[in-house]
Design a protein around this ligand. Structure first.
Ligand code: C2E
Ligand code: CA
Ligand code: CA
Ligand code: CA
Length: 281
């Protein structure tokens, strides 16, 4: 701690201890939070890059903590994955997201909103009855399988390939689509993914950040988009923050995007207005 006086160092240490205590406290409260229904969902639009029409929304979980206020996933998803609470949280998220899309569809049968995207943690996907949970959640919400896109990570697809592939096939047989989330941050290659029964690639924000400033990065993203197209995979570019990025990705042939440039994660009540009146491109 160069440049810190003795007082600064002590304060640093006690801040650190305080942060650790808070994390531990949150971890022990996770199961109770499920029972008390303290989780809520925001939804971030996924748009057609050509005309900015909203085609889907991604469900993003938040914890409405009675003392700490609204907490994003950074504060608790990792701990929940470690202590197993993610199983209950994930099941709630899927059911709530499906209930919500069924309500939007019922309110406007001609809506351009086609699906809700739900993040599935590796531990949740590996549960022996995961496919059955999906089937049961769809039935409970009266939702059609096409309304659901499941986002899984590259690491899931790399381990236990046989069981995972079998379950991915079963989900697709139901009519549920599957996306690889944060593509490019793990170790899988497109040729490997080719053998995987998935429908969508979500290209991580770290790839999008530099497409306007780095020719290499631009070329790399363009190559991925072209290859994905040849493999019949739809591509969603994540983390689009600038108009120039939208235009560049559209020109490359990337069809879908998501990011603050279009909309931040929103409360459910704010979604319908956005779908009815898309912004001009
Ligand atoms: P993710 O799946 O990659 O979700 C996208 C994250 O990027 C969201 O953060 C979103 O708010 C943020 N984001 C979207 N557009 C932009 C942009 O233009 N710029 C920037 N800087 N950020 C943008 P959030 O909501 O904090 O979620 C973080 C992560 O937590 C998610 O990353 C996902 O991995 C995880 N997560 C969220 N909800 C769930 C859930 O229900 N279950 C599980 N297992 N994980 C979840
Ligand atoms: Ca995601
Ligand atoms: Ca992502
Ligand atoms: Ca990401």
């Amino acid at each position: 701690a160069k440049g810190m006086g003795k007082g600064g160092w002590q304060r640093y240490q006690s801040d650190l201890a305080h942060a650790m205590v808070q994390r531990l406290e949150l971890r022990t409260q996770l199961h109770e939070a499920i029972e008390d229904e303290q989780f809520v969902l925001q939804f971030q639009p996924i748009v057609e890059l050509a005309d900015q029409r909203v085609t889907g929304v991604e469900a993003l979980v938040r914890w409405q903590h009675p003392v700490r206020g609204l907490l994003g996933p950074f504060h608790f998803v990792e701990a929940a994955e470690e202590n197993g609470a993610i199983l209950g949280i994930g099941d709630w998220v899927m059911r709530e997201a499906l209930r919500q899309i069924a309500a939007w569809k019922a309110a406007d049968p001609d809506t351009s909103l086609r699906y809700v995207s739900v993040n599935v943690s590796p531990r949740q996907f590996r549960a022996p009855d995961f496919v059955e949970q999906v089937r049961s959640a769809l039935a409970a919400a009266g939702a059609r399988p096409e309304w659901l896109l499941l986002e899984v990570t590259e690491s899931l697809v790399l381990k236990d390939a046989d069981k995972v592939v079998q379950d991915l096939r079963a989900l697709r047989a139901l009519g549920v689509r599957v996306a690889i989330d944060d593509f490019g941050t793990g170790y899988s290659s497109l040729s490997y993914l080719r053998q995987m029964p998935v429908d969508v690639l979500k290209l991580d924000k770290s790839f999008i950040d530099d497409i306007l400033t780095s020719r290499q990065q631009h070329a790399l993203v363009e190559a991925i988009v072209t290859l994905a197209g040849n493999l019949d995979l739809a591509v969603v570019a994540e983390g689009i923050e600038q108009a120039g990025q939208r235009a560049a990705l559209d020109t490359m042939g990337c069809r879908y995007g998501q990011g603050y440039h279009f909309a931040k994660p929103l409360w459910p009540a704010d979604i319908p207005a956005l779908i009815e009146s898309p912004r001009p491109a």
